[in-house]
Design a protein around this ligand. Structure first.
Ligand code: NAP
Ligand code: G4F
Length: 325
């Protein structure tokens, strides 16, 4: 019998890579999608016939119960979220409903329906926020700086609580920023690499950005989804940081991306206050030694290669085209 995996957020960057990884391992893959007035499946169109898509929403508890009852998955990956930090200041209540309450609804659906599923929660380095130590580990205290970060802290703790209270195999992957050619176009890395492509094609001559001093630990999304799968194969449920252990500023990303396109970013970039945040996370850098020791996980793709991969993909894409292969 094939193992069954259920993924929320399958249409997102991470969900698409995870679905591919699970199909390669011969899982039966179920993905929850939201009804949209336009197509929202571009990242998974190439595996459309191989996955089973079901409609649902993390804000709708009754459908989560029904899906757990009928599918009875062996593994549940909760990747669905309003995942944009800046946007979470504009829609804090919706962000909390999806990113905090949504996790509780899903955990409770598993418990109430008596499903023996292992559960993965997409926790985030954004929880460290105004970070108390460098680098950040599984033991670093949280100090979230956005409605998104606060919601993810709730989800982190409710996942641990269901593990401790009900003996569920429920884990938190505390993932630092991870990117790819499939990254959403409004996150800073992809915004930059898309701009490089568009400038080289003569379609754009300006790029408006916010804080260039922020530093992030940027890895490759596919590596991180392999790590998420490994967490659910462990002997015991536990929480793990996935990171590269390197940090770079947005300005360094600009240097690398524009440099790879043979361009000077200062000729194109304008600072625009709209992209500043009411509270910022200045520096993130993760220590992944626990994942290395206990899961045998290490990042394969480092900063320079990641930037080149993203710029090359965006150079090849046309203006109106959003193919994610
Ligand atoms: P993403 O590309 O923004 O994908 C988010 C996914 O969640 C999409 O499939 C989206 O559906 C779905 N979604 C949004 N609201 C939902 C709702 N109310 N109910 C059900 N599904 C909903 O995000 P990602 O980069 O793949 O990240 C995956 C997860 O990891 C997220 O939980 C994110 O917060 C977390 N995370 C990401 C990073 C990172 O650097 N990428 C780091 C740490 C943690 P639509 O396609 O319909 O919008
Ligand atoms: O690319 P970002 O929007 O990512 P951010 O805020 O770090 O969040 C991402 O990583 C988290 C993990 O730590 C995830 F949990 C979360 O879901 C998401 O995937 O912004 C990165 C930095 C910020 O400091 C921001 O202020 O880039 C700065 N920035 C500067 N100009 C900009 C821009 N960010 C965006 N999105 N757009 C700009 O124009």
């Amino acid at each position: 019998m094939k193992r069954k995996a259920f993924i929320t957020g399958i249409t997102g960057q991470d969900g698409s890579y995870l679905a591919e990884i699970l199909l390669e391992k011969d899982y039966e893959v179920f993905g929850m999608v939201r009804r949209s007035s336009s197509f929202n499946t571009a990242r998974i169109d190439h595996i459309f016939g191989e996955v089973e898509l079901v409609f649902g929403d993390l804000c709708d508890g009754s459908v989560l119960n029904q899906l757990m009852r009928t599918i009875r998955p062996d593994e549940v990956y909760n990747l669905g979220a309003q995942s944009h930090v800046r946007v979470s200041f504009d829609v804090p209540e919706y962000t909390a409903d999806t990113d905090a309450m949504g996790t509780l609804r899903l955990l409770d659906a598993i418990r109430e329906e008596g499903v023996q599923a292992r559960f993965y929660q997409a926790s985030s380095s954004e929880m460290f926020g105004k970070a108390r130590e460098i680098p950040q580990t599984e033991e670093t205290p949280f100090h979230p700086r956005s409605p998104y970060g606060v919601s993810k802290v709730f989800s982190y703790w409710i996942t641990r609580n269901y593990r401790e209270a009900y003996g569920m195999f429920a884990v938190n992957g505390i993932l630092f920023n991870h990117e790819s050619p499939r990254r959403g176009p409004t996150f800073v890395t992809r915004k930059i690499t898309r701009a490089v492509g568009a400038i080289l094609r003569g379609e754009q001559n300006e790029l408006r950005l916010g804080n260039l001093d922020a530093k992030r630990d940027w890895g490759y999304a596919k590596d991180y989804m392999d790590g998420a799968w490994r967490m659910l194969q462990a002997d015991e449920p536990d929480d793990f940081v996935l990171a590269t252990g390197e940090t770079h500023s947005v300005e360094e990303f600009l240097d690398a991306a524009f440099g790879h396109g043979g361009l000077e970013w200062r000729d194109y970039v304008q600072i625009d206050e709209r992209y500043f945040r009411p509270a910022e996370v200045d520096v993130l850098i993760g220590d992944y030694s626990k994942a290395k020791e206990k899961l045998g996980w290490e990042p394969n793709v480092r900063f320079e290669e990641l930037v080149r991969m993203m710029v090359d993909a965006d150079r090849e894409r046309g203006k109106l085209e959003e193919h994610y292969l």
